[in-house]
Design a protein around this ligand. Sequence first.
Ligand SMILES: [Fe+2]
Length: 456
Amino acid sequence: MARIHNLRNGIDREMLNEIKEKFEEGLFPQWILTDPDIYALEVDRIFGYTWQYLGHESELKEPGDYVTRWLLDDPVLLIKNKQGEINAFLNSCTHRGTHLCTADSGNKKAFTCPFHGWTFNTEGELIGVVAGDKVYGQKLNKKEWSLRKIPRVETYKGMIFGNMDKNAMSLDEYLGELKWYLDIILGRSDGGMEVKGGPQRWVVNTNWKLTAENFGGDPYHVATTHRSTVELGISPKDPLYSSYGHQVKLNHGHCVNVSTVVPGLNMPPYQGLPKEMWPMFERNLSKEQLEVYKKTTVIVGSCFPNLSFHCPVHGSEGHLHNYLTLRIWRPMGPDKIEIWSWFLIDKAAPEAYKMDSYKGYVASFGPSGTLEADDTEIWTRVVQASKGRMARDKDLSYNNLLNYMMGMDEVLPDESWPGPGVAYPTCYVDAALRGMHDYWLELMTSDLKDDSKWND
Ligand SMILES: [Fe+2]
């Protein structure tokens, strides 16, 4: 039965066609999760061509403010220049390639390389060379040695994204149907959202697809993975409690789940946000968005490939708090990711409420948060159990296929849903994840027609 390919042979067309067939049946070959050759292909075809989150405009307030980030394996330096524009450079000295700035954030007029002392300003221009005239004579034209720009950088409602593909579709087009849902959480209040504190980050031994899936289309896990919240009386006993609401499959592999209150439970409108903020929501959201948002408890989803967002309600009546966390699942290999987690809250929220929300975020979804710890444990177990000989068997006639079939034939789209995308009248359905996998496959096979790239 075993057909363990020599991994150095790479991925061939036959394998990708087999994966496509299985995806159509709602089946997911387990070997894809941890295979180094699949990962190498993802690095090239997915992370080389999609928009990935870099940070939020509120992290860069004054000219000279900078943060250091990553686009997969490329270090990025984001700086606000004197004109108030945000520049994004490869954070690597143009002299000998040194990682130029290793601080997380700060404010600077110039960046000096620790290796030979070349210095660059906030426009990325080379402005200082140690003993320049003496060692290079007239041969060094500083203008030719500026920091390299990230090929594409665009923003949406304060979110800054980068793309390595200079010919990529615009960010606006890429976000597509997801914008309607992002607008609710990013645009509900006057002044939008702001980041508080720096991003927290930690490394987890798992695969980036699992974490994107978890936020993108898996409210089904909540009743079991987070069982302790039920036992403590924080969550309802109803095993369907995370199913109420809609799961929406969006274009370009994006996913969102809009949860509504469990039948029979009382919950104030607008995620329990302070009453004084409600007129802003009514002013800033469309009639359709307001209709959806009024009944919403949680908005959670993923922006393909590796950004997730979670806007929940925690606490008990009288002490409810809401926040937004943005998540990057930065791949560091097929079985390792670095998680970057930002806390955001409405600029216009009362100050005391912001502090309550921050504490709630840290206790639930910070690196040591109770809910985060539950998820992390499970994500690592999936990868641990997917690295062995049997799970990595590429013979798909053998039953090492995972089940993404929930609701496949039984749950029909809700035609009355007022937002974009294909909406299902429950969150216990695998429709959005199947959509995510379809887009993954579309990118992975984007040049399948070019025979020269494949050695069958
Ligand atoms: Fe979870």
